[in-house]
Design a protein around this ligand. Structure first.
Ligand code: DMJ
Length: 537
């Protein structure tokens, strides 16, 4: 009897267990499918469903990002993905970033279309670069990547009808090169419409005027296609961030003048750097440059951040862009010398926080500032991209540690958004300047580190930043704005064009499969415009 009832109990338990197994399996399958369905929801539908309250959240936030995260949590908990298909579980985050872009673009279109940049709160616009359609052009390839074809066509139609550089104000040579020329060339590579190349060529011709200096280094700005009389000072980044765009323009137009002019200028900087290395001086160039009548003179201030950054970036990227040929080995070696000098001279481990950071320095003084600029947070990405050969481990180690510091710059603020610079003192990381500028450098580095290491931590950190943008910089009436104060959350009223071309693009790409803009085939200019890598000769 006892035996019988035990057997019976066992049978009941087994039946219960198998029913539960089938039920759970079904539930698991059902939820997984539902998540996949959600991943396919068109962003417009997602946004409008949210605004109708259909996606309201437990935590009572109006953020659509929050809902996406919830879906993702269920998905990840119930069906751990095999490692080789893990990317699919980030589709929802990618859709969320597309929604963010669409919302920001709608705001630009409504209040500022054709103007350089939008003021999303006052619903006005500002011609920060002299009225040269900066956001339209800077956004072209993001519109293509995100599949927003109608908006892309509208932008192209605007360029065909309105784009000109013949303005009465002085226009920045650097910004026109990286945003306008870079944006047009990369869009043309993705959609070869003649109007885009014509606009790029017109931009290149206008830029040629900037090289009419005694040294051949480009002037800082131009007015009406002419050198301003006071074109005497420039910076390392302004003078040394032209050759990638001009090489691509020459390759596409078969006109060598663009590449030749920019190469002659870059050569001035390379020779100065080589001279310093031969003399046993620090293998970095000062950021302030004076264009004299017969020579150029350099100041003494060293920074891998403001006024210096993209010169170092282009040393590496020009070598990559040309397909790493032997004839360009000099660029690669110089880049390594500068990185070694940067690590030796500007990299500090703060005793109080234990964090490493990149300060600014002076050539003959040992100490460096206790401040790291957000702009310098592109360095981890650059190191991850360039880490090859005997220095691989060293560069990757520095990249990972610096990326962690840059990530902390976000995490340690109440708004979870980083200040434009951080200082390290009294055992703490402080917001040295209070502003948050919607800059790309940290998500850019997370993107490169993700592609390089495959470690999901970088996607997780990028997602935290996307959520913080949504939480702290989103404008009630739509769009995203800079912050005046990362502690109080006080908002500014400005959406820079690089938010469209860089910040949201890198966020979108980090949640995309790696074969979307693969890094063995494309190299990004400093404004995140991808150019196809040339085949080595
Ligand atoms: C961008 O315009 C470019 O990345 C540039 O090289 C420096 N940084 C800004 C955005 O922060």
């Amino acid at each position: 009897m006892v035996l019988k009832s035990r057997t019976y109990a066992l049978m009941v338990m087994m039946a219960w267990a198998s029913t539960m197994f089938v039920l759970l399996k079904h539930l698991q399958y059902g939820i997984t499918e539902r998540s996949r369905e959600n991943a396919k929801i068109k962003p417009q539908a997602l946004v409008s469903n949210i605004s109708r309250g259909k996606f309201l959240l437990r935590e009572n936030t109006t953020s659509y990002l929050g809902k996406v995260e919830d879906e993702n949590k269920i998905y990840v908990q119930l069906e751990p993905e095999p490692i080789n298909s893990i990317q699919t579980s980030w589709d929802l985050q990618r859709e969320a970033v597309r929604c963010m872009f669409q919302e920001a673009w709608t705001v630009y279109k409504k209040h500022a279309f054709g103007c350089d940049e939008v003021l999303p709160i006052s619903m006005k616009c500002v011609d920060s670069f002299g009225n040269i359609g900066t956001t339209v052009i800077d956004s072209l390839d993001t519109l293509i990547l995100l599949g927003l074809e109608d908006d892309f066509k509208e932008a192209v139609a605007w360029i065909a009808e309105h784009y000109t550089l013949q303005r009465s104000t002085k226009i920045s040579v650097f910004e026109t090169t990286i945003r306008n020329l870079g944006g047009l060339l990369s869009a043309y590579n993705l959609r070869p419409l003649p109007v885009l190349l014509e606009a790029a060529e017109m931009t290149g011709e206008w830029l040629l005027g900037a090289y009419a200096t005694p040294s051949g280094l480009p002037a800082f700005a131009m007015g009406l296609g002419e050198l301003p009389k006071d074109a005497k000072s420039t910076s390392l980044a302004d003078a040394g961030t032209q050759l990638l765009e001009h090489s691509e323009l020459s390759n596409l137009t078969k006109r060598h003048i663009f590449k030749d002019s920019a190469k002659k200028a870059f050569e001035v900087l390379l020779q100065e750097l080589e001279k310093r290395i031969q003399d046993g001086r620090t293998a970095l160039l000062p950021v302030d440059i004076q264009l004299m009548e017969s020579s150029v003179s350099f100041g003494g201030f060293l920074s891998i951040g403001p006024k210096g950054d993209s010169f170092y970036e282009y040393l590496l990227k020009l070598w990559i862009y040309e397909g790493k040929p032997e004839s360009m080995e000099r660029y690669r070696l110089l880049w390594e010398s500068t990185m070694d000098a940067m690590i030796e001279k500007l990299l500090v481990r703060d005793a109080g926080t234990g964090l490493v950071y990149l300060g600014d320095g002076k050539e003959n003084i040992k100490s460096v500032s206790n401040r790291m600029h957000h702009l310098a947070c592109f360095v981890p990405g650059m190191l991850a991209l360039g880490a090859e050969g005997p220095n691989t481990e060293k560069y990757l180690q520095v990249a990972k540690e610096l990326a962690y510091t840059c990530w902390q710059m976000y995490q340690l603020q109440p708004t979870k958004l980083a200040a434009d610079s951080a200082s390290f003192s009294s055992g703490r990381l402080w917001a040295a300047s209070r502003r948050h500028c919607l800059r790309p450098e940290v998500v850019e580095s997370l993107f490169y580190l993700w592609r390089r290491t495959g470690d999901p931590i970088y996607r997780e950190q990028a997602w935290e930043i996307a959520k913080a943008l949504n939480q702290s910089s989103r404008v009630a009436t739509g769009g995203f704005t800079t912050l005046l104060n990362v502690e109080s959350g006080e908002k500014g009223d400005f959406t820079p064009s690089f938010f469209y071309s860089e910040t949201l693009k890198y966020l979108y790409l980090i949640f995309s499969p790696n074969d979307i803009v693969p890094l063995q085939d494309f190299v990004f200019n400093t404004e995140a415009h991808p150019f196809p890598i040339r085949k080595a000769e």
